[in-house]
Design a protein around this ligand. Structure first.
Ligand code: CO
Length: 210
């Protein structure tokens, strides 16, 4: 059997299992979504958003890209962010990175990777910004772990720099921004950084008239 056929068969089994538990499951699910969380995670196949936090369909609005970056010119991320904050009115945004991230590792190397160069450049900037702290953190493995954590922190800060978040903080005192790191080796999530409407952001990024 071709492998993609197996996926379609698995889907039929899954859908039937849901119906066995609750025959109105999909009827109710189709009506609307009101997730409390926006998840911004890495595309890595080993960090499935819903699964690692035991979330059911409907609980999580999800955006994933290589190395969980929040890039202020990324129309895809910004559209997801605006919809999640202004329409779904999520209470929390989770930026979830992970140790052993291939994107972060590639950013530390000097190989030409085509269009990926431009994406990974954002992580090289994080490295340059925190180079002393990274070099002081230990051997190569420890440095990579430190860069993963600092990258998560910088992406949370990037969220806070958007007018979307600043406006929601000003008028609705939400959402809280969480930076989490996931361990591929133990499956455990750890908090790295957190910001909410009372957090200070660097004055140069603040919009006074939103
Ligand atoms: Co990754």
């Amino acid at each position: 059997m071709e492998s993609h056929i197996k996926l379609l068969l698995n889907n039929k089994i899954w859908a039937q299992e849901k119906l066995d538990e609750d025959q109105d499951y999909f009827v109710n699910m189709a009506r609307e979504q009101s997730p409390e969380y926006l998840w911004i995670g890495c595309s890595d196949s080993r960090v499935p958003a819903n699964e690692v936090i035991g979330a059911e369909p409907g609980e999580l609005f999800v955006h994933r890209n290589i190395a969980n970056l929040v890039v202020h010119t990324d129309i895809n991320l910004l559209s997801v962010l605006q919809y999640a904050v202004e329409q779904l009115k999520v209470k929390n945004i989770i930026v979830c990175g992970h140790y052993g991230c291939g994107g972060v590792k590639a950013a530390l190397e000097n190989h030409h990777l085509g269009i990926l160069n431009k994406w990974l450049r954002n992580i090289k900037d994080v490295y340059r910004l925190h180079i002393e702290e990274i070099l002081a953190s230990g051997d190569e493995t420890m440095q990579l772990r430190k860069l993963v954590e600092l990258n998560i922190k910088e992406q949370v800060l990037n969220l806070a720099k958007t007018s979307i978040i600043q406006r929601a903080w000003k008028y609705e005192q939400r959402p809280t921004l969480h930076g989490w790191v996931y361990g591929l080796e133990d499956g455990i999530l750890k908090e790295v950084f957190k910001m909410d409407y009372e957090s200070e952001i660097d004055a140069i990024y603040r919009y006074s008239d939103i």
